[in-house]
Write a protein that binds this ligand. Structure first.
Ligand code: URA
Length: 217
């Protein structure tokens, strides 16, 4: 897997990341959602440099210009509900992309006490020969992304896979490296070292779904 750590150097991205991590600024849900959306836009711009373009000529009011336009067919997939703001940010840049949604939640197996991923709802277009952008704000264990990818495979084999993440744990990245196809690209804003006993990223930012949309039962 090729890892692109976009927040490694100072840029506006770090400013938005600092705001989504800050427990005081997080109280403004609209700012939290919008900052995640902006991070999705920045990651999209970065990854666009690896996509396929076709040469074209455009007629301007004053002449003709040889330039290029995106030729890859994009499908953006996110996990409900926490993935929605990041998904929207990516869709802001890939405006004719098709979209897939899947619901996933972590459930403790009462027999083994281990966390398992439960997938329920899936709405996805045909993925054959498409560029699949898998969007997840928090890559903690990587278990849900791997389950999502395996489930999506029933809809065809994508030409390329790019994973877009706001904050990833080192363990989550290792798990993806082991379980996803070798040519996968990971575009990550920031990488944190630790997972706590509830599989939350530390220092991370807390629960991205609750911060964007409010608490649930
Ligand atoms: N999901 C979150 O919202 N936060 C984490 O730290 C891990 C998973």
């Amino acid at each position: 897997m090729k890892i692109h750590w976009i927040g490694k150097n100072n840029s506006l991205l770090l400013h938005y990341l600092a705001e989504i991590r800050d427990r005081e600024i997080q109280k403004d849900r609209m700012r939290f959602r919008r900052n995640i959306e902006r991070i999705g836009e920045i990651l999209s711009y970065e990854l666009s440099q690896k996509l396929a373009f076709r040469n074209i000529k455009v007629r301007t009011p004053l002449g003709e210009k040889e330039t290029a336009m995106l030729s890859d067919k994009i499908v953006i997939c996110s996990v409900l509900r926490a993935g929605l703001p990041l998904h929207l940010g990516v869709l802001n840049y890939f405006d004719s992309a098709d979209n897939a949604f899947i619901s996933a939640f972590r459930k403790k197996n009462p027999d083994t006490q281990s966390l398992e991923i439960q997938l329920e709802y899936l709405a996805s277009p045909d993925l054959k020969d498409k560029v699949l952008l898998l969007v997840d704000p928090m890559l903690a264990t990587g278990m849900s992304l791997v389950s999502v990818f395996k489930t999506l495979q029933q809809n065809g084999n994508p030409k390329e896979i790019h994973i877009l993440v706001t904050i990833a744990s080192e363990q989550g990245i290792r798990n993806l490296e082991e379980q996803l196809p070798a040519g996968t690209n990971l575009w990550v804003a920031d990488i944190d070292p630790v997972l706590n006993e509830k599989a939350y990223i530390v220092p991370g930012l807390g629960d991205a779904g609750d911060l964007a949309f409010g608490p649930r039962l």
